[in-house]
Design a protein around this ligand. Structure first.
Ligand SMILES: [Zn+2]
Length: 292
């Protein structure tokens, strides 16, 4: 389990691309910057793993050797509330992700469960997601895939994935955990995430329903975000004026409650902003230990 707050990029940073080194060397590059997490992005994958097993195993080994907490982001093209045909294709996409995650020994497989159907109530769609996810977890268990499925809070109002829905799914399906994308919560709440209390209440709600370990070791995404009445529109880097949510407020909650989240930077500046977030949290931790 993460023994401290960890920080890293969602996918391959520009600076690493310029080295032209194979992706499996990325953990060494991150460790040199003292970053300690990475989410491997497989967001455009189809129904088969699009990485070869040897490269995936090397990436996983490098991550462990360089103390980088490795997670995996599955395909955007998953919809567990579509037609039967779409659901079956989505299952194959998730199993492809889970297979590669097993090669890497990645800890969490992050994904969005899907879009609300037009025909049924949100409640009925939620029941469908839970039913399908139970089948997927059964398939994972039968092939000894240990990673948890990370259900991400969604940023668009048409997407299933309010915090309440994500928690309900995690209560109902084994081998799942919530992934809190703070930018998505901010966009869905139309910016109504502005105080320490707002952040604290989210963590407390997770703690009450899913236990203190889940709340303490929370897997998170963070970026600033632009939104419309439909929700999330575009991610922005941490220093862009005029957008939220405020990272320093989350940092205060992390420090006050001794949380050990993994925070994946999904801003356009990936590792640079991951480093900024880490510095903000470390500064606050240092100030707290001086006060003691
Ligand atoms: Zn995200």
């Amino acid at each position: 389990m993460p023994d401290r707050p960890r920080f890293g990029p969602a996918g391959i940073p520009q600076g690493f691309k310029e080295t032209k080194s194979p992706t499996y060397n990325l953990p060494c590059y991150l460790q040199k910057q003292r970053l300690d997490a990475l989410e491997y992005e497989a967001v455009r994958w189809g129904q088969k793993p699009q990485v070869n097993q040897e490269a995936a195993e090397k990436l996983g080994k490098n991550a462990r050797d360089h103390d980088v907490w490795l997670t995996f982001h599955a395909s955007y093209y998953v919809n567990l509330v579509g037609s039967q045909k779409i659901i079956e294709a989505s299952k194959r996409r998730l199993i492809a992700a889970a297979t590669a995650a097993k090669w890497m020994k990645a800890h969490t497989i992050t994904f969005h469960p899907g879009y609300y159907s037009q025909k049924r109530s949100h409640r009925a769609d939620l029941v469908t997601v839970i039913k399908v996810l139970r089948q997927i977890v059964e398939m994972m268990q039968s092939t000894n895939i240990k990673a948890t499925l990370g259900l991400e809070t969604s940023g668009r109002l048409a997407q299933l994935g309010t915090l309440e829905e994500i928690i309900t799914i995690c209560e109902s399906v084994e081998q799942t955990e919530p992934v809190v994308d703070w930018a998505h919560l901010y966009a869905r709440r139309r910016g109504n995430l502005t105080t320490h209390d707002d952040f604290r209440q989210i963590v407390e709600k997770i703690e009450e329903r899913l236990g203190s370990k889940t709340a303490r070791d929370l897997h998170c995404h963070f970026s600033l975000v632009e939104y419309t009445f439909r929700g999330e529109k575009r991610h922005h880097s941490l220093m862009t004026p005029g957008y939220g949510p405020r990272f320093d407020l989350l940092a205060d909650i992390i420090v006050a409650f001794d949380l050990k989240p993994t925070i994946i930077s999904e801003t356009p500046l990936l590792d640079i902003d991951a480093k900024r977030m880490q510095e903000i949290v470390y500064e606050k931790l240092k100030a707290k230990s001086v006060l003691r």
